[in-house]
Design a protein around this ligand. Structure first.
Ligand SMILES: [Zn+2]
Length: 261
């Protein structure tokens, strides 16, 4: 694996859609893609493994695009596989460049040198988050309110265990927005919606909601949809409709958070 290849030949790690969108909601889809720069040779994995949920969140990009249009919301997509560096992890934690994902070993992440780790930080992690942070700074400066929404999908079976939820809403304190979204999505009916399932927001394991959301004083949630429910454009459309309603649910006025410069 090269450590000194020119930065210019690498694909940009972030794609921004609908940057001028008028919604309060700003969408983040860190695990949108399973692509790897050619120089990484698939991180030693066969193409079949790179097509699995371990490499990206299946269906999440399509759902985010649909939501972006439906809400007129800006959307930020990661363009490279989470296996290269996970954009929703604090940089450098073990799951940030995983040696093992679910039960699959990632040969290209074994024994990474400090130089290679820094390279991934420099060409992928930092530009993605700097682009998003600059954008949010400009909204704050313009006095525009923001709701930060990260969109993910999860595998129906993890390490042999079936998961009962159709979707999950993940949030940390303050909980007003998370609770409002959860309640609104449950009110759609016929759905098993997990509260802080199948994962919990944890500052040592998550990035967008704590750093770009909570730390800025924004209402923030992470949405998880089971990936086998996003298999067709019609299903994606249905989830986009439900989530568009839930994510724009009104917040109790006294719990709206004001951001001070
Ligand atoms: Zn994800």
């Amino acid at each position: 694996m090269p450590e000194a290849a020119s930065v210019e030949v690498e694909p940009s790690p972030v794609e921004v859609a609908n940057e001028g969108g008028r919604s309060e909601v700003v969408l983040v889809c860190e695990h949108a893609a399973n692509r790897l720069p050619a120089s990484y040779g698939g991180l030693g994995l066969p193409p079949a493994d790179l097509a699995r949920h371990i490499a990206y969140d299946i269906g999440a990009a399509a759902l985010t695009r649909r939501l972006s249009t439906r809400l007129d919301a800006p959307a930020f997509f990661g363009t490279l596989s989470r296996l290269l560096v996970d954009l929703n992890r604090p940089f450098g934690v073990p799951s940030s460049m995983p040696v093992l994902s679910e039960a699959t070993e990632i040969p290209g992440n074994r024994d990474l040198s400090e130089g290679e780790r820094e390279r991934r930080r420099r060409i992928v992690f930092e530009p993605f988050h700097a682009t998003l942070a600059d954008f949010l700074d400009r909204r704050d400066a313009a006095g525009r309110p923001t709701r930060l929404v990260a969109v993910h999908s999860f595998t129906p079976v993890f390490l042999g265990k079936a998961r009962p939820w159709h979707a999950g809403i993940l949030f940390e304190p303050p909980e007003a927005y998370g609770r409002a979204v959860l309640q609104a999505l449950r009110a759609e009916g016929g759905l098993e919606v997990g509260e802080n399932e199948p994962y919990r927001i944890d500052r040592t394991e998550d990035y967008a909601v704590p750093v770009h959301g909570t730390d800025r004083g924004y209402p923030a949630v992470l949405v998880e949809v089971r990936n086998d429910l996003l298999g067709t454009p019609a299903e994606v459309e249905r989830w986009a409709d439900r989530l568009a309603r839930a994510l724009t649910a009104p917040l109790p006025a006294d719990e709206v958070i004001h951001v001070h410069a």
